[in-house]
Write a protein that binds this ligand. Structure first.
Ligand SMILES: [Zn+2]
Length: 231
C-alpha cells in the first residue's frame, strides 16, 4: 500500500479536475479519496479544483481525525467507511453527474440494459435511500447499496464509484453516467428490455478471465472503457 506522497496527492487533484473535464461533475460538488498506509487522502471541502495543491489534500486517519487546518470533504464518512469495510477498493470518486443523479432523484436502480454493467461487479447499480449529506446515515445507506458492487446511486444526491486505483474509479464513474444516460434515453421510448442474470454472470466470468490473460488478441475485443476497468 502506497504511503502519503506528493505524487499521490497530485493524482487526487488530477482526478478531481478530470471529473469536471469529462463532464461528470460541476464545481466542487464531487470529491475523491485514495487509500494510503495509515488512512486515506481526500479532497478538501469548498476549494475550487483549479486552486488545489498537494498541501490542500487532507490526510485522514481511519478514526476520522486529521492534522492541520484544511477541512476534508463533508462526505469523508462514506469514503472512510467504504475503505474500512472493502479491502478490494482503494480509491473512490463521488460525483453529481447529471443523468445518474436524475435516476437517483427518481429512486431508480440501473438495470442490466447493457452488458458493460458487469464492470460494476453485478447485475444492477443500486440506488441507496436518501439521507442528509455528510451523515453517518448516508454512509450506512451507501455501504448497503455498494454490497458486492463497485458503484451505487445515492437518492436525490449522486453517484459513488470505487475501484482498485484512482484511474479505474474515475473510469467507472464515467461508465455509470453513460449507462444512466442510455437508461433515460430508453425509458423515453418505452420500457427497456434487460439482459437476464445468467447473461450478466457469463459477462462477469469473461471480464475476470480477460483481466487475467491480457494478451493483445484478448483485450482487442473488449471496449476500451471496459478494458480500463480490468487492469
Ligand atoms: Zn455529493
Amino acid at each position: 500500500m502506497a504511503g502519503d506522497n506528493d505524487e499521490l496527492r497530485n493524482a487526487v487533484i488530477e482526478t478531481c479536475r478530470a471529473m469536471n473535464g469529462l463532464g461528470i461533475n460541476n464545481g466542487t460538488s464531487g470529491n475523491v479519496s485514495v487509500r494510503v498506509e495509515d488512512g486515506f487522502l481526500i479532497s478538501p471541502t469548498g476549494i475550487a479544483y483549479d486552486r488545489l495543491a498537494p498541501g490542500l489534500i487532507v490526510h485522514m486517519r481511519m478514526d476520522g481525525t486529521f492534522d492541520g487546518d484544511v477541512l476534508p470533504s463533508s462526505e469523508w464518512r462514506f469514503h472512510r467507511d467504504i475503505l474500512l469495510t472493502r479491502s478490494d477498493l482503494n480509491a473512490i470518486v463521488h460525483t453529481h453527474s447529471t443523468h445518474a443523479t436524475a435516476l437517483a432523484i427518481m429512486g431508480l436502480a440501473i438495470p442490466a440494459l447493457h452488458y458493460s454493467i458487469a464492470a460494476v461487479g453485478g447485475h444492477t447499480i443500486r440506488c441507496a435511500p436518501y439521507a442528509t449529506f455528510g451523515t453517518q446515515e448516508l454512509s450506512d445507506a451507501a455501504l448497503g447499496a455498494m454490497e458486492g458492487r463497485r458503484a451505487c446511486l445515492l437518492a436525490h444526491h449522486g453517484v459513488i464509484a470505487a475501484h482498485g486505483d484512482l484511474a479505474r474509479a474515475l473510469s467507472l464513474a464515467v461508465l455509470v453516467e453513460e449507462l444512466a444516460k442510455q437508461y433515460l434515453l430508453c425509458r423515453s421510448i418505452g420500457d427497456p428490455p434487460v439482459l437476464d442474470d445468467a447473461e450478466i454472470d457469463r459477462v462477469l466470468v469473461k471480464y475476470r478471465s480477460y483481466g487475467q490473460q491480457r494478451s493483445a488478441q484478448d483485450t482487442a475485443v473488449i471496449p476500451s472503457a471496459a478494458r480500463d476497468l480490468l487492469k
